[in-house]
Ligand binder design. Structure first.
Ligand code: 13P
Ligand code: SF4
Length: 308
């Protein structure tokens, strides 16, 4: 890195520290954020950890470095705090694959099914659901329900992964993640030839064929815990590349490789240090959820937090 770049980064970090004090703000970031953004955050985690963390912060403002549905969950859980999304148009294409009308239609088709909603969804969709889940707690959430039939939205792959671990009859909405769908079972076969002793960890948003070839399917933070606890030295990772930053920092003696190129979520990468400064300086990108939607969506999130 050039000296001038380094001093710009230092100046931005310094400004963020000042702004945190003046706004009485905390900064939370998802594991897929850019390394320099993760480094200025007070807390970095997976969707479940971030949702939990946001219920425990002692601050007036939460600056959320991630995508819209994550900041929306923070706003749903914290009506008394101001939630700012680091980049106004950072969204999740999977969350956009299901609308309020779609879910109404699917509920009419399956009136006896409990609706389990992956947190990668809008507040309006959550508000139509019985309970939320993340990639870290999906099996527990589904198992906690009295219903035998479960309508799982919007990620078909996470839904399929859960369905293999429960006796429930699961109906899967056909959403998917455009990043994780890039991973192919051939990538695993090829990578294992190159690194025969490696452990293959993939995200449950990958296809069933990919999960079947992996050693474990885990949420992003579960991957950190797995890698730390494992005696193995090499890990082949099937999730967004942002995860490598912490993986390598926390395990300097271990090697981490992505299963394939192009595992990059453009939406997650929209946030930069500059955008964090702008967002905080202008107190912009306030995430607001209409109260009648917020209350219903909160019920679904609270039920999830109780179960996990
Ligand atoms: P995690 O909850 O496992 O961090 O995943 C969030 C996500 O968006 C995966 O694509
Ligand atoms: Fe959405 Fe996939 Fe990006 Fe996660 S990685 S935020 S599911 S598009």
């Amino acid at each position: 890195m050039f000296r001038s770049q380094e001093s710009t980064i230092e100046a931005l970090k310094e400004r963020i520290l000042q702004l945190k004090k003046s706004l009485n703000a905390v900064i939370v970031a998802h594991n897929y954020q850019r390394p320099e953004v993760q480094d200025i955050a007070d807390f970095v985690g997976d969707s479940l950890e971030l949702a939990r963390q946001c219920t425990q912060v002692d601050a007036d403002v939460i600056v959320f470095c991630g995508v819209h549905f994550m900041a929306e969950s923070a706003a749903i859980l914290n009506p008394e705090r101001t939630v700012l999304l680091s980049e106004a148009d950072a969204g999740c294409p999977m969350a956009d694959m299901i609308s309020e009308d779609d879910i109404r239609e699917w509920k009419e088709r399956y009136p006896d099914a409990a609706v389990v909603c992956y947190v990668n969804s809008s507040a309006r969709v959550k508000a139509q659901s019985d309970i939320c889940c993340t990639s870290a707690n999906g099996v527990k959430v589904v198992e906690s329900l009295p219903n035998h039939e479960v309508l799982f939205i919007p990620d078909q792959h996470l839904g399929h992964y859960i369905s293999a671990k429960t006796e429930k009859r699961m109906i899967l909405y056909p959403g998917f993640c455009i990043v994780h769908q890039r991973v192919d079972p051939r990538h695993i076969r090829f990578a294992r030839e190159l690194y025969p002793d490696a452990v293959v960890l993939v995200h449950p948003e990958c296809s069933a064929e990919v999960i079947a070839q992996a050693d474990a399917a885990l949420s992003t933070s579960q991957m950190f815990r797995y890698a730390k606890a494992s005696a193995k030295e090499t890990f082949l990772i099937g999730t967004e590349e942002g995860i490598l930053h912490r993986m390598r920092r926390e395990n300097p003696d271990k090697a981490f490789h992505l299963l394939t190129t192009g595992l990059l979520c453009r939406e997650m990468k929209k946030t930069t240090l500059e955008s964090v400064v702008r967002t905080m300086e202008e107190r912009r990108n306030i995430v607001q959820v209409p109260e009648e939607v917020r209350v219903k969506a909160k019920l679904a999130l609270d039920r999830m937090l109780e179960v996990s």
